[in-house]
Design a protein around this ligand. Structure first.
Ligand code: GAR
Length: 204
């Protein structure tokens, strides 16, 4: 089976991207990262990609008159680099139906809560403000809603009595790192099957 080409979209420090790259190098994920795209010129994720010799591209929203033109520029980069799976790794923008239609069933996201609870921004703060005792992370395919697409994998993390958003985030990010590579690996082995809202994992 040939390597699946990943296109990573990220807005920030890129720790998920770094772990995905490490797990490609170690052979856990049979893929290659074709391009890393950020909407922030100073995002650390672009430095990590460049240092690893991966095409690193900044596409800034302010350089485009409309959201569709901005997304079309991102899509053009993905297509140019022959990307099969779009991996959102801390990409802090909501993608429109136009973009999602271009890569239907081929966009994955990671969110730091147990969806459908606490979607959107500041998930950890939401969890603590609500008083939830369990949080975690979710990997899902992206649909047109905000964090509403078919769920691929989830893992719970206990909320502790003295948690701050930062402490909870620190424990959850470790779980994110392991889970995202597993989900991407399954996709690359063609073991994920979307049936309506359900994602079936085909036994290996
Ligand atoms: C991760 O915690 C990811 O789950 C979150 O952003 C962080 C990115 O960290 N994504 C979202 O909140 C999306 N709604 P990273 O840049 O170190 O990978």
């Amino acid at each position: 089976m040939s390597e699946t080409v990943l296109g990573i979209l990220a807005s920030g420090r890129g720790s998920n991207m770094q772990v995905i790259l490490n797990n490609i190098h170690s052979g856990q994920i049979h893929a290659k990262i074709g391009v890393v795209i950020s909407d922030h010129p100073t995002a650390k994720v672009l430095e990590i990609a460049s240092a690893a010799g991966i095409p690193a591209v900044c596409v800034e929203r302010k350089n485009f008159a409309t959201k569709q033109e901005f997304e079309a520029a991102i899509a053009a980069e993905l297509v140019n680099h022959e990307v099969k799976l779009v991996v959102l790794a801390g990409f802090m923008r909501i993608l429109s139906g136009y973009f999602i239609g271009l890569f239907s069933g081929r966009i994955m996201n990671i969110h730091p809560s147990l969806l459908p609870a606490f979607p959107g921004l500041h998930a950890h703060e939401q969890v603590l403000a609500y008083g939830a005792k369990v949080s975690g992370c979710t990997i899902h395919f992206v649909d047109e809603g905000v964090d509403t697409g078919p769920i691929i994998m989830q893992q719970a993390v206990a909320v502790l009595a003295d948690d701050t958003a930062d402490r909870l985030a620190e424990r959850i990010i470790k779980v994110e790192h392991a889970l995202y590579s597993k989900a991407i690996g399954l996709y690359c082995e063609q073991r994920l099957c979307i049936e309506g809202r359900n994602v079936k994992i085909i036994e290996g």
